[in-house]
Design a protein around this ligand. Structure first.
Ligand SMILES: [Cu+2]
Length: 165
């Protein structure tokens, strides 16, 4: 059977060409946003782990990679139901990009509730706040202090503290 190019074929062809043309223009217009979005999506949180032997009570413990150093220092005594100061100092090229710093206190394999404390940036560039811990029904004193830095990329620093008896 012979196939002839009909008027209908030409119409479909030109309609397809027009749609492809519009798609081409649209994708070139939105490409910068698209690549921005893709790049943003790929920015995973960088997780740094502190030396478990460094107890940040009345002592500065620091963890770092090539872009950011996170230093954490708590008050001179950390006991349940008593407020204590939290000090976080950032250094490195990413430090200036920090928009917020938050500290979470948790216990491994035990739900200790939601212990989240937002720190405020001081005139000297450090981040400070107050925290308070609940009583552990199991009598444990081993807490994990997670410092979250809202930066680009975001950072999470895991510190380990042993509360005072
Ligand atoms: Cu506990």
């Amino acid at each position: 059977m012979e196939h002839k190019i009909t008027k209908n074929d030409l119409l479909i062809f030109s309609a397809t060409a027009a749609i492809l043309f519009v798609l081409g223009i649209l994708s070139s217009m939105y490409y910068p946003h698209l690549s921005d979005w893709l790049q943003h999506r790929s920015e995973q949180t960088v997780i740094l782990n502190a030396d478990r032997a460094c107890n940040p009570i009345n002592k500065t413990c620091t963890i770092s990679d090539s872009e950011l150093a996170i230093a954490l220092k708590l008050g001179d005594s950390v006991q349940p139901l008593a407020a204590f100061p939290v000090l976080v100092s950032l250094a490195g090229t990413t430090a200036a990009k920090a928009k917020a710093v938050t500290v979470y206190f948790t216990m491994a394999d035990m739900d200790m509730g939601f212990n989240r404390f937002d720190l405020g940036q001081q005139a000297d560039g450090t981040w400070r706040g107050q925290a308070i811990l609940p009583v552990c029904t199991a009598g444990r004193r081993d807490w994990r202090a997670t410092v979250k830095v809202a930066s680009d990329p975001p950072y999470t620093g895991e510190f380990y503290l042993l509360a005072n008896p």
